[in-house]
Design a protein around this ligand. Structure first.
Ligand code: HEC
Length: 104
């Protein structure tokens, strides 16, 4: 691998595979929400805090397999991601400031 390939690789890994704060939400998100689209999709279009529940319900309609417990876990997990600055969308920042995650 060439040195100039490293940033590209890092960007790919971060977008699709992490970083995610540890906790129950992490495994739910990785196991249930990356079947039809990648994690990047969730990060870039996370919807506002108010719209998140609707987004999750829409995913259930699409066919996502979420138990009631997992649904509740994910409902809270969005806030955790946002607090850590792991959501990309302008919408995500509407409901509060977040320090953007950046690769040094
Ligand atoms: C059964 C397939 C499926 C599963 C599982 C799934 N999604 Fe989706 N998701 C979709 C489809 C279809 C779209 C429509 C956008 C597209 O064309 O990719 C979408 C779009 C999205 C979007 C973007 C909405 C927008 O306004 O653009 C978010 C956020 C999202 N999903 C979150 C999740 C989360 C969180 C989970 C886990 C609970 C999940 N998805 C699981 C099918 C799925």
């Amino acid at each position: 691998m060439k040195t100039e390939d490293i940033p590209v690789l890092v960007e790919y890994l971060v977008a699709d595979h992490g970083p995610l704060p540890d906790g129950p939400g992490k495994s739910v998100l990785l196991n249930r929400c990356t079947i039809c689209h990648d994690l990047q999709r969730v990060r870039q279009h996370p919807s506002s805090a108010e719209g998140w529940e609707d987004t999750l319900l829409a995913m259930l309609d699409e066919g996502a397999m979420l138990s009631d417990d997992e649904f509740a876990v994910l409902l809270n997990y969005r806030q955790e991601l946002q607090t850590l600055g792991l959501l990309d969308s302008a919408l995500a920042t509407l409901s509060g400031p977040s320090d953007r995650f950046s690769i040094p």
